[in-house]
Every structure is written in structure tokens, then in C-alpha cells.
Design a protein around this ligand. Structure first.
Ligand SMILES: O=C(O)C(=O)C[C@]1(C(=O)O)C=C[C@@H](O)C=C1
Length: 334
């Protein structure tokens, strides 16, 4: 792997500008001078661009939401990269091209947004059809609200339409309202997104803070290429503790093999903060329904010597990958 020519000032995120991912990128890098914030079309495009375009140095991608859990796109992109045969290997350790260098927590406060002025919750009942655009991850965060909206307007048909991001939802609603529907007047196109996106694209707030659970937060990862020797000053609100994301696979049909890995954490007094799994398919001759595990654990870089720990992990796993050991954001504790 060669060192890239990156100057370390471009960060990519799920666009267009105004998404929650954009907010995460600003939280991580907004304090640095001369940073360039570049929108991507999708979460996979953020990974692909960071891997292939030397002018891009970082990516900010959503990992999980406090109301509706894993952003599975992101889990599966990490899985597919780790299981890619072209990765470097040391023992059972897989070394992918990318690594995690930080985490950000963004408060999710969704709004109901209209492309036309003067729309109120009461006036929704006067439309025959209301289309609502948003990112698929959002529906599980506003399901009660959507049910209440429908109950409030029994004569109106509601359609929900997936968009590639919350900002894209605002742009789609504006575009659709301006084209086929404006003439008829009985159809309204709305979006669910953050307030920033509404202001950025000159749209109007119909309702604010519509999440089923207030305090809803999304956790984002900040990635860079392993080969780049970049160490941007971290934002002010990071703690001294590190969080480590390790992924691993186990021997099939081996009772206790997962417990054996978790016991290594216990013996090294490492506190595990999360565990999850995703299925993977063992390839042409491999068995389906195999699982890859994701664990996170805390470490104190000033105290914990991790070499012995990783030697034992290497013995217990078929494949393992340390995606990063990065400063714990203070907002995790709030
Ligand atoms: O669409 C956006 O604004 C995003 O940044 C994506 C995303 C996600 O995929 O989880 C981020 C935060 C919210 O939970 C909803 C959508």
C-alpha cells in the first residue's frame, strides 16, 4: 500500500449538504481551517470514494441510531470490506484499507417540511394525496407521528417515498411539487429532514421535533485510509478513553467459541460496550448462515497494553480485524 497524495482537507459524507451526516462531518472537522466538505450520493459511495480518490481524506458515515438501531448499510460495508480476499493479512488478522479515527453523536430532530409556504397541519386534510419523502432510516424514528398524521386526515391518502438522504428528500419534494402536481393542486409533496436542510433549500417548516422519541441520536464513524499518515487535531469534546471496534469470525459448529473470545476481554479487564452480528455467506463452496461479530470495548491508552490481548484474540478467531482505536466522544456519556 503506498502513501497517498492527500492533503488531508477533504471530507466526504452522505449529501446533499444539510444532512445529519454533514452535521457529523462539521462536528468532527469544523474547528480546522480550510476543510472542504464534499457530498456523496450514498453511504457506499463514501466508502468507495475514500478508497479510490486520493483527493478525499476522510468520510463521516452513520453507524447506529438510538431509536431504530443499526444502520445496516454501514455494518454490511464494513463486513464486505473485511471479508474481501484482497485485504492484507497478518496471521488471522485482516488489515483493510480504511480505519476509524473518531466518532460523533448528532441529535436527530426531524421536521415536517413543505416546498410551499402556508401549509399547516390543519391544511393537510384538504389534499387528496400527500407524499412524504425521507431516508429509509427515518421511518422507524417517526412511525407513531406518521400514524397520528394519517388519523388526523382520514380522507387524505398518504404515500411514503424513500430518498437517498434527508436533504435529498427536501429537494425531491420541491422538484415534484414544481412539476406534475402543481397544476392539479390536490397533491402535496412533503419531506422529513432536519431544520438545516429546510433553511438551506428555502423550504418551510410545517411541524418540528416530530421524532417519536425526543433525545433521538445517531452515532457516526469518521474514517480515513490506513496508508495516510494524517493526524488531524481532534475536536475539543473527546475523552481520554478510547473505544475499539473489533470484528471477527469463528470456527463453525464449535460450541463455546464466542464465549472464548469474550473471556479474553474479561481476563484483560476490558469493558465491552456493544456486541452485534450480521450474517454472511461463505462464498461458492462455503455454508450460508455464518455470522460475523462486532464488539466494542473501552481501553485507556495510558494504562492498557494491548499486545497480549490481540495475540490471544488471534488464537481464538478464524479472522479478525481491528477497525480502529479512537477517542471516545464525551457525548457518549450524556
Ligand atoms: O439522511 C441523512 O440526513 C443522513 O445523514 C443519514 C441518516 C442515517 O442513515 O441514519 C442519518 C441520521 C438519521 O438517523 C437519518 C438518516
Amino acid at each position: 500500500m503506498t502513501e497517498s497524495t492527500s492533503n488531508g482537507n477533504t471530507v466526504i459524507f452522505l449529501g446533499p449538504k444539510g444532512t445529519y451526516s454533514h452535521q457529523a462531518a462539521l462536528q468532527q472537522f469544523g474547528h480546522l481551517e480550510g476543510m472542504d466538505f464534499t457530498p456523496a450520493k450514498s453511504i457506499p459511495a463514501c466508502f468507495d470514494t475514500l478508497e479510490t480518490d486520493p483527493s478525499v481524506s476522510y468520510a463521516a458515515v452513520p453507524l447506529e441510531n438510538s431509536t431504530n438501531g443499526q444502520v445496516v448499510f454501514c455494518y454490511d460495508l464494513l463486513r464486505d470490506r473485511m471479508l474481501d480476499e484482497s485485504c492484507a493479512v497478518e496471521g488471522h488478522r485482516i488489515i483493510p484499507q480504511l480505519e476509524i479515527i473518531g466518532e460523533q453523536y448528532v441529535a436527530i430532530t426531524h421536521c415536517l417540511i413543505s416546498p410551499i409556504e402556508g401549509v399547516s397541519l390543519d391544511s393537510l386534510a384538504s389534499y387528496k394525496l400527500v407524499r412524504v419523502y425521507s431516508h429509509p432510516q427515518v421511518w422507524g424514528q417517526v412511525s407513531k407521528y406518521m400514524a397520528q398524521l394519517k388519523a388526523r386526515c382520514p380522507e387524505t391518502k398518504f404515500e411514503t417515498i424513500d430518498s437517498s438522504s434527508t436533504s435529498d428528500a427536501v429537494l425531491k419534494a420541491i422538484e415534484r411539487q414544481q412539476t406534475e402536481d402543481s397544476a392539479a393542486g390536490d397533491t402535496l409533496n412533503l419531506a422529513i429532514a432536519g431544520e438545516v436542510a429546510a433553511h438551506l433549500y428555502n423550504a418551510f417548516l410545517v411541524d418540528t421535533a416530530i421524532n417519536d422519541r425526543l433525545g433521538n441520536t445517531t452515532r457516526f464513524l469518521i474514517l480515513k485510509r490506513v496508508a495516510d499518515k494524517l493526524s488531524p487535531a481532534p475536536p475539543a469534546n473527546v475523552s481520554n478513553m478510547h473505544v475499539n471496534l473489533l470484528m471477527f469470525t469463528l470456527e463453525l459448529d464449535d460450541p463455546g467459541s464466542l464465549v472464548d473470545v469474550l473471556t479474553v476481554l474479561k481476563e484483560h479487564k476490558l469493558n465491552m460496550s456493544s456486541i452485534s452480528s450480521r450474517p454472511y455467506n461463505g462464498g461458492q463452496n462455503g455454508r450460508k448462515w455464518q455470522y460475523i461479530f462486532y464488539i466494542e470495548y473501552d481501553s485507556d491508552p495510558a494504562v492498557n497494553r494491548m499486545d497480549a490481548f490481540y495475540r490471544e484474540i488471534n488464537d481464538k478467531c478464524v479472522k479478525w480485524c481491528l477497525w480502529g482505536s479512537f477517542p471516545r466522544n464525551q457525548r457518549y456519556y450524556q
